[in-house]
Design a protein. Structure first.
Length: 156
């Protein structure tokens, strides 16, 4: 699916400083950084069981989507949709799950998870359904390169 108006991430219209922003240590521990979208840091969860991205808006002290201004909320939705389309194209999954919970880590982050009827947790939520499975290094490197290219990310 190329040459579609949905293949690239539109630039953010308004960008506040993200100088005070830091990634929560628990999110850093459980993920691999992929790159930056206009608003969010894109991360891959360290679990090969599910193709699972986290989008973390680079805004200091943002806990809820409502903590973002209106333009940033729209940008976040655009980034979520772009990440979901990318995962769907890469995995041919049956469903994209999107969630912003924040019960364990308060820092605003959005889960974008490719789900298949054949996955270990289907149709239930993925959390704690099965122990996480490590990525094979070569497969991880290939996936990260593909995601960086398809998500049109700014390198870190």
């Amino acid at each position: 699916m190329t040459n579609s108006k949905f293949d690239t991430m539109p630039a953010m219209i308004f960008a506040r400083s993200s100088a005070d922003w830091e990634l929560d240590p628990l999110l850093a521990r459980d993920t691999v950084a992929i790159g930056d979208m206009p608003l969010s840091r894109a991360l891959l969860i360290k679990d090969a069981t599910y193709p699972w991205l986290l989008l973390v808006p680079r805004r200091h002290e943002a806990i809820e989507i409502a903590d973002l201004d209106t333009i940033e909320q729209a940008q976040l939705m655009s980034e979520i949709a772009h990440a979901g389309r990318t995962l769907k194209a890469l995995t041919s999954c049956d469903k994209i799950n999107v969630a912003a919970l924040g019960n364990v880590v308060a820092q605003l982050h959005v889960h974008v998870i490719a789900r298949s009827r054949s996955d270990a947790a289907w149709p239930k939520p993925v959390w704690n359904a099965v122990p996480p499975r490590d990525y094979d290094k070569a497969a991880l490197d290939e996936l990260l390169a593909t995601l960086r290219q398809r998500l049109t990310l700014t390198p870190l």
